[in-house]
Design a protein around this ligand. Structure first.
Ligand SMILES: Cc1cc2nc3c(=O)[nH]c(=O)nc-3n(C[C@H](O)[C@H](O)[C@H](O)COP(=O)(O)OP(=O)(O)OC[C@H]3O[C@@H](n4cnc5c(N)ncnc54)[C@H](O)[C@@H]3O)c2cc1C
Length: 399
């Protein structure tokens, strides 16, 4: 009888667990360990700070989903991986052994990448990248409405989640207009990308044109190939050009790094703790360890003047989870292995500008490359419908 441990209960971990349960015989154990009892639909975090969504609207408990499917669930923090002994140590204290381990833990935000980048009070920014940060940012949002001033939104070197920064800037513009204070709150967007819509991929379809048009329409100037030197209490300072952008409200996406238990295992992760894998999602150095989702290393296929990470979407993370699950099952003698590099995976992204929408369906085959500009409030509602539909899909194991 075999035991597979999956660490992480989000896009990659849930998809992998449900796939594995179907592929392995009933006597084999599929066990998910996750630090959180809850699945969060990250794309809707861009709306939490302005009060358009509450975290409860965009989350659901994962235990019933997993247990109903016959997957064991342990809510605990992974502390240490022992690849040779094939065990993991958890907090609360527990040691579990595995035949195969799948790491689907996403990553940690590297808030130390730039001085002052930490969310307030430790640094000078606000963050929308987790539910608790997005809620905490409401105080700063209310302060901005009461006493408006300049706003800086964007991403620092090596960041990858450009989509969230674009959407937050565009939605903030609409919210400031609705509050009647947009004239007193000029927004500047800063990014290391060579152009808007680059996304670390060199652009996806006509993403450049659509995103540049949205920023022009909503009067948000962008500084591309920008390197942020530091964030101050009321300014963002750019390196090289020594430009100082005044800012009362700053939201910047940091780079990702792998979680500490991965960084502690020699040669499991790269310098940032992201896990290099082969096209089967197997660690290059530990054959019984697989990884999926944001936890893995994906090297940019295009070069840029300043380092840009690659956007890894929720759809792609879930697909990686399923492919890894198929290959783990194959290793254990059930079914055939599949080879699917990250660049071959289908991705789906709905970008909401508050006033327009952009569907991006992306993949290696040309017929998957579809971009659709949706004008007017339909764009916003398309994203809301995508939220409801995708949450239903994930909860019912169809994602
Ligand atoms: C603000 C925001 C907006 C986004 N917008 C979009 C969008 O519009 N469309 C889109 O496709 N994608 C979007 N994304 C990206 C998407 O959320 C990611 O691609 C996806 O979350 C990656 O899934 P994952 O399973 O790899 O990791 P994650 O979702 O990060 O999940 C990691 C899991 O591991 C668990 N974990 C972490 N560390 C440990 C530990 N030490 N022990 C135990 N468990 C641990 C966590 O609790 C969690 O369950 C957005 C992300 C953010 C933050």
């Amino acid at each position: 009888m075999s035991t597979v441990i999956i660490v992480g209960g989000s896009y990659a971990g849930l998809a992998a667990a449900l796939e594995l349960r179907q592929r392995l015989p009933a006597g084999d154990t599929v066990r998910v360990v996750s630090a959180s009892e809850t699945f969060i639909f990250h794309p809707s975090l861009i709306w939490v700070t302005q009060g358009e969504r509450e975290p409860a609207d965009i989350s659901f408990p994962i235990r019933p989903v997993l247990e109903e499917a016959g997957v064991e669930f342990i809510c605990a923090q992974l502390e240490t991986i022992h690849p040779e002994a094939k065990t993991v140590s958890l907090n609360p204290q527990q040691s579990l052994s595995f035949d195969k381990l799948l790491i689907a833990t996403g990553g940690e935000w590297d808030w130390d990448a730039v001085p002052g980048l930490w969310p307030k009070p430790r640094g000078h920014t606000v963050s929308i990248l987790s539910p608790w940060d997005a809620i905490a940012a409401r105080t700063e949002w209310q302060a901005l409405l009461a006493d408006s001033g300049p706003v800086v939104i964007g991403a620092v070197l090596n960041a990858g989640l450009y989509g969230a920064a674009y959407e937050f800037a565009l939605n903030l513009d609409i919210a400031l207009r609705k509050a009647g204070v947009r004239d007193q709150a000029p927004i500047t967007f800063v990014t290391p990308e060579p152009f808007l819509g680059h996304l670390g991929h060199g652009g996806l379809g006509n993403s450049r044109q659509i995103i540049e048009e949205a920023f022009a329409r909503q009067k948000i100037p962008a500084i591309t190939e920008a390197q942020i030197e530091r964030v101050e209490a009321e300014a963002v300072v750019l390196a090289g050009r020594r430009q100082r952008l005044p800012s009362k409200f700053t939201m910047l996406v940091p780079p990702f790094k792998g979680i500490k238990p991965v960084r502690q295992v020699p040669d499991l992760g790269d310098a940032q703790g992201r896990i290099p894998v082969d096209d089967y999602y197997r660690s290059l150095n530990y054959p019984d360890i697989f990884a999926s989702g944001v936890a893995i290393q994906v090297k940019p296929q295009v070069s840029t003047l300043l380092p840009c990470d690659v956007l890894i979407t929720g759809t792609v993370s879930a697909e990686m989870g399923r492919v890894a699950a198929t290959n783990i099952a194959a290793d254990l003698g059930h079914g055939a292995a599949v080879r699917k590099p990250a660049s071959a995976l289908k991705s789906f992204y709905v970008l909401d500008s508050g006033s327009h929408g952009l569907f991006m369906s992306l993949g290696s085959q040309s017929w998957l490359n579809l971009q659709l500009n949706v004008p007017g409030p339909w764009g916003h509602w398309a994203k809301v419908i995508a939220e409801k539909y995708q949450m239903w899909q994930i909860q019912s194991g169809r994602y």
